[in-house]
Design a protein around this ligand. Structure first.
Ligand code: NDP
Length: 288
């Protein structure tokens, strides 16, 4: 039987609907959550992602501000903007759209975002909280993957989860979240030997490598849950995931499509983190 196709739009819609009540409650207390996005350069994919985040902010009643900077922006200029946004009490969340143009040091910028405003969850404090199993901002895409598994009643406990990709924004935090849910986790990367065999041993296979159709049906165990995180623009202009969707759907039990799978969750979790940041600020103010 072909796999059930996971409906990311529906799950994201439910998360956003649940946020509406929290946003209304904040507004009653005189607060509108505010997300400041920083977009450097003119990468078309980045522009699209930021526009989509801006639209979702508007839909939900979150204030979205976009700082568009030229690709010639220097590290010091970007640092100065982050310092300004950190100091601005009306801003609850700061998002720097990655990748930054070549020559800019992404890690330096991530480290400079105030931990209380790190709604992307890429900063060292947020990642440290994740490692220590403490509350904090969770990276949006990995958190979205967990929400999808929950929505489709996939309990990772005791299962073998294989994560292909070890980036700071997807693979590493996702591996830690699966571990937190008691999966036995294997992390793979470009130097992994016998990748196909490792993938075939996965009950839950999560792929974030950025290579269209890379995971073929022979790399998937019959009945596995396959989460395709990749977003690749192919020559026709269409979006494709890292998984050979048509063939893998004949083998997997559950499969995410691209687009419409993990992508919508990433934005929903960003909105959730922004609301959380505003709520936390309110609590901090009440305690002072
Ligand atoms: P990175 O380029 O930062 O990381 C890619 C990872 O894949 C690296 O760890 C790399 O290994 C590994 N890799 C590359 N080639 C192979 C290979 N042949 N075999 C095994 N591992 C390999 O990418 P990101 O994590 O930023 O993004 C990955 C994909 O996810 C992209 O398509 C991106 O567009 C998408 N994405 C989607 C999001 C969403 O909302 N759905 C959000 C973020 C990203 P090594 O470390 O050894 O180099």
């Amino acid at each position: 039987m072909p796999a059930t196709i996971i409906d990311g739009k529906q799950v994201a819609g439910e998360i956003k609907a649940a946020l509406a009540a929290r946003i209304a409650s904040l507004r009653e207390q005189g607060i509108q959550p505010c997300l400041a996005a920083v977009l450097v350069g003119d990468d078309p994919a980045s522009q699209k992602y930021v526009a989509s985040k801006e639209r979702t902010c508007t839909q939900l009643g979150i204030k979205g501000i976009v700082h568009r900077l030229p690709s010639t922006t220097s590290q010091d200029e970007l640092r100065a903007l982050i310092a300004e946004l950190n100091a601005d009490a009306s801003v609850h969340g700061i998002l720097v759209q990655l990748p930054l143009p070549g020559g800019l040091d992404e890690k330096d910028i991530m480290e400079r975002i105030a931990p209380g405003k790190d709604v992307d969850g890429f900063g060292p404090v947020s990642l440290g909280h994740l490692v220590m199993d403490q509350p904090g901002f969770l990276a949006c895409t990995p958190h979205g993957v967990i929400k999808l598994l929950d929505a489709y009643q996939v309990d990772p406990a005791g299962k073998h989860a294989v994560v292909v990709g070890r980036s700071i924004i997807v693979g590493k935090p996702l591996s830690l979240l699966l571990l937190r849910r008691n999966a036995t986790v294997t992390i793979c990367h470009s130097k992994t030997a016998g990748l196909a065999e490792v993938c075939r041993s996965a009950d839950i296979l999560c792929v974030a490598i950025g290579k269209p159709g890379f995971i073929t049906a022979d790399m998937v165990k019959a009945g596995a849950v396959v989460i395709d995180i990749g977003i690749n623009v192919v020559t026709s202009g269409a979006l494709r995931g890292d998984v050979d969707f048509e063939r893998v759907r004949q083998k997997a039990s559950l499969l995410t499509p691209v687009p419409g799978g993990v992508g919508p969750l990433t934005i929903a979790m960003l909105m959730q983190n922004t609301v959380l940041a505003a709520e936390q600020r309110l609590r901090d103010q009440a305690q002072r």
